[in-house]
Design a protein around this ligand. Structure first.
Ligand SMILES: Nc1ncnc2c1ncn2[C@@H]1O[C@H](COP(=O)(O)OP(=O)(O)OP(=O)(O)O)[C@@H](O)[C@H]1O
Length: 466
């Protein structure tokens, strides 16, 4: 019989939902704090968790990551009293099954539970994802592992894929991985960079032209769509595709036939389409800058690549991997000092993996004959940004810490040592949580405290955001 767990600090809601779920024939139980809820998930087999966002000892959304890492992780349905759009989006991006408001009726809760259970049954019955070969993709974080699972799914079907993500997150690399692992891998992977093509050349480049189609067209030219026949067409920065070309392109996707400019003959091309963009295409649709019909066509499968700052554990793996390949080329074996690694992890990497790789290249040459990398080898801009952010975080922490011996004249304001230690502890943990952006694993590593100890402190000081 499926096990359902409700984690919510509102006992009335817990009791009500438990009753509803028990009546449905499931075993339902509840916990009122995040910590107790997590303990239960760790120690017992749970199929579905209804997880509140605002809990007294933390934020349910941040716990999704911890839960998803567990073996046989339950499906998560986020419940909240507030209509929090950002929270709902974060829940979906973190791979939660659903997001449901407490204001919804029992029927909706029952429906959400039935659907999640059906999905879980299918998932457990499904044969494991076929392995794919993508040694070029480095990273072991849960976020990247999720993306690799999607790559595997995409490689084994033939649907259009839209890959989104900030610049340098690996959109082209992941697109190639889909192609290389697909049944089309022996055919061409044709790249079209829509951002670098002048508007008047886009149609010509994609569709090709026949001799005499316009002044200067002194021979037939094969378009890239034709070249991609039986292979994959990769439209990089698809958001830049001019609206009139979007219309013609949609027809090609529907009919797999098109006419080169000035040609009387139609040409057939059977390509698989992968698109990439760093833009918010849904917002562009609302602003009439991107065709809605094409958007729906492209969006049949979306893979969102997370920025490097959200998967800090990949930073060192990527840096180390790149240093190893440099060692293979040059023979010089460089190692990263602990302080250097800390600086890499602290930086936010707006240019993502591309910026990290370029930085390692620079640092490698900056080190000259030296074989240990120190923060001093990093480019000035990175060190400047890091120091600025560290001071900001420190100042924020100091605001919460009463200044010690502020003024000799105000001797009476000096706190008792016990209170001072308590305040400092409070400020320390608050600051650390803000610097690690609520990453408990990282918080444990830096502080040297156990996970349980951290949760106790968070509860004690009523610190939210974890
Ligand atoms: N996970 C990864 N493992 C190894 N290398 C990576 C990874 N992600 C990105 N890279 C490398 O980072 C660089 C940038 O990747 P890529 O060009 O695919 O990014 P992009 O998202 O398409 O960037 P842009 O939007 O600027 O075109 C490439 O050298 C790529 O090989």
């Amino acid at each position: 019989m499926p096990n359902v767990l409700i984690i919510d600090d509102d006992e009335q809601i817990c009791k009500l939902l438990s009753k509803v779920f028990n009546r449905m024939g499931y075993t339902a139980s509840y916990q009122l704090t995040l910590k107790e809820g997590l303990d239960k998930i760790i120690s017992e087999y749970i199929d579905i968790v209804f997880l509140d966002v605002n809990l007294p000892d933390g934020n349910g959304l941040d716990a999704i990551e911890i839960i998803k890492q567990l073996p046989l992780a339950p499906e998560i349905i986020i419940i909240t009293a507030d209509e929090d759009i950002d929270g709902a989006e974060l829940a979906m991006r973190s791979n939660a099954w659903d997001y449901i408001s407490k204001r919804e009726s029992h029927r909706n809760f029952k429906f959400a539970l039935e659907r999640a259970l059906e999905y879980r049954r299918q998932k457990q019955a499904k044969s494991p994802e076929k392995p794919i070969n993508c040694t070029a993709i480095i990273g072991k974080s849960r976020l990247i592992s999720n993306c690799l699972d999607k790559i595997s799914t995409a490689a084994h079907n033939d649907l259009p894929v839209l890959i989104t993500g900030e610049t340098g997150t690996g959109k082209e690399l992941f697109s190639r991985a889909i192609h290389d692992n697909s049944k089309r891998s022996h055919e061409e992977f044709v790249v079209v960079d829509c951002a670098s093509l002048p508007e008047h050349l886009v149609e010509n480049t994609l569709f090709g032209h026949s001799k005499g189609a316009f002044t200067g067209a002194d021979s037939d030219k094969t378009g890239l769509m034709e070249m991609a026949d039986k292979g994959t067409l990769f439209l990089d920065e698809v958001g830049e595709l001019p609206l009139d070309v979007q219309k013609k392109f949609l027809r090609v996707l529907q009919e797999k036939i098109f006419r080169p400019i000035g040609s009387k003959k139609e040409v057939k091309s059977d390509f698989r389409l992968i698109c990439a963009t760093h833009r918010d295409i849904a917002a562009m649709v609302k602003q009439n800058k991107f065709r809605e019909d094409l958007f729906f066509r492209l969006f049949s499968m979306n893979i969102h690549l997370p920025p490097l700052k959200d998967r800090k554990e990949d930073i060192i793996t990527l840096a180390q991997h790149h240093l190893n390949s440099k060692k293979d080329l040059s023979g010089k074996n460089c190692t990263m000092s602990r302080e250097f690694s800390e600086e890499l992890k602290f930086y936010e990497w707006p240019g993502n993996v591309r910026e990290l790789i370029n930085t390692i290249d620079l640092v490698f040459s900056e080190a000259g004959d030296g074989t240990t990398l120190f923060p001093h080898h990093l480019p000035e801009n990175i060190r400047a940004v890091n120091i600025r952010n560290k001071i900001k975080a420190q100042n924020k922490a100091n605001k919460n810490t009463p200044s010690f011996f502020p003024n000799k004249k105000k001797i009476g304001s000096i706190p008792k040592l016990k209170d001072h230690i308590e305040n400092t502890k409070h400020a320390y943990i608050q600051n650390l949580i803000s610097v690690t952006q609520g990453n408990i694993k990282e918080t444990c590593r830096i502080s040297g405290l156990s996970r349980g100890h951290i949760y106790r402190l968070l509860q004690q000081y009523n610190i939210k955001g974890v």
